[in-house]
Design a protein around this ligand. Structure first.
Ligand code: DAH
Length: 340
């Protein structure tokens, strides 16, 4: 009888249980009510008295091990079925996509680097501004059209007007209020204007403001600084020209053109066949602006300039539709690399 038990034990050990069919066959053959183990038990009463106990134990062990083999295999099979459809181990791994920097961020960094090299620090100010920093301290007369609802997004009207800043010149005022000359700083940042969105205008865009205040700062310093900037940004051959202009906060004021980098000043549709591209506004800081921030205009003079980052990016990357910069289309954004 013991031999029979060992024989069945071996059989069970050697049985492979890899699918539902094999499992069911195993269950019927060994664990079922007409199975081999049940059969063995019915012979127990025929065993010799002195061996009964031992044989009974062996049979119990056999039944237990058959049952646990069945249970374990069932569990494994269920798990395999569950995961079969979820994990395809033959699939190639997903590539980790490397992101690209936004073209405006690249241009902004390049502008900052160029001015850092000649000692300009970077300063920032709030995008939500009061009337004083955005307009009054910059010598805007009370009825100046730029204060008009059409240009400015007002948050609070009335005595303490609060608005989204319309230019980064507001940071000039904050720097002058907080620091003593000499001041040499640039202020990059986002600005807002109440404009209908089109290829050529947007309700928000980016500027970099520049400010240099010290004793004996002259218009020649301004011109030289801007020429250096144009050459660093557009290449050694770049030339600049200054045209007289008007800004409330500078006197005299000028607009600066750079020689067209696209056609080498020969004339093309980007420079409208003039050979020149407008890139920024500038001038000598108006004494009223210095005084408004408690800087003595008899001792100090200074120059300021302001440029649009989108405008520079347009010229560097030849992207003419302003809307593309804020649509977050990855196909557009991933095309830019530093130095492109
Ligand atoms: N704030 C001017 C604008 O938004 C740009 C500008 C012009 C800034 C001349 C200046 C400047 O500092 O001197 O259009």
């Amino acid at each position: 009888m013991k031999e029979k038990i060992y024989e069945i034990e071996k059989e069970i050990e050697n049985t492979v249980l890899n699918n539902a069919k094999q499992l069911e066959e195993f269950r019927i053959k060994y664990l079922g009510s007409k199975g081999k183990i049940k059969d063995l038990f019915s012979f127990l009463k025929e065993a010799p008295k002195e061996e009964k106990r031992e044989i009974g134990q062996l049979m119990n062990m056999l039944r237990k091990s058959a049952q646990s083999k069945f249970d374990d295999s069932t569990e494994k099979l269920n798990f395999a079925q569950e995961t079969e459809h979820k994990i395809d181990l033959s699939r190639p791994a997903d590539q980790n996509e490397i992101g690209a920097r936004h073209p405006l961020s690249l241009v902004r960094s390049e502008i900052i680097e160029i001015f850092n090299r000649i000692g300009f620090t970077v300063s920032e100010g709030p995008e939500i501004e009061d009337d004083w920093h955005n307009f009054s301290a910059l010598n805007f007369p009370p009825e100046h059209p730029a204060r008009d609802m059409q240009d400015t997004f007002f948050i609070e009207k009335g005595e303490n007007e609060i608005a989204l800043r319309t230019h980064t010149s507001s940071v000039q005022v904050r720097v002058m209020e907080n620091d003593k000359p000499p001041i040499r700083t640039i202020s990059p940042g986002r600005v807002y204007r109440n404009e209908a969105i089109s290829a050529r205008a947007h309700c928000f865009f980016h500027q970099v403001e520049g400010l240099y205040i010290d004793k004996n700062v002259s218009f020649a310093d301004l011109k030289q600084t801007l020429l250096y900037f144009a050459k660093e940004l557009f290449g050694e051959k770049a030339k600049i020209r200054l045209r007289p202009s008007y800004f409330p906060f500078t006197e005299p004021s000028a607009e600066v053109d750079v020689s067209c980098t696209i056609c080498n000043s020969k004339g093309c549709n980007v420079c409208k066949y003039t050979g020149w591209l407008e890139i920024l506004g500038c001038g000598m800081v108006d004494p009223n602006v210095l005084e408004a921030s408690n800087i003595d205009s008899k001792i100090y003079t200074g120059f300021a300039f302001g440029m649009g980052v989108e405008r520079i990016a347009q010229l560097k990357y030849k992207v003419n539709d302003l809307r593309l910069y804020s649509e977050n289309d990855v196909r557009f954004l991933k095309q830019f690399t530093a130095g492109n």
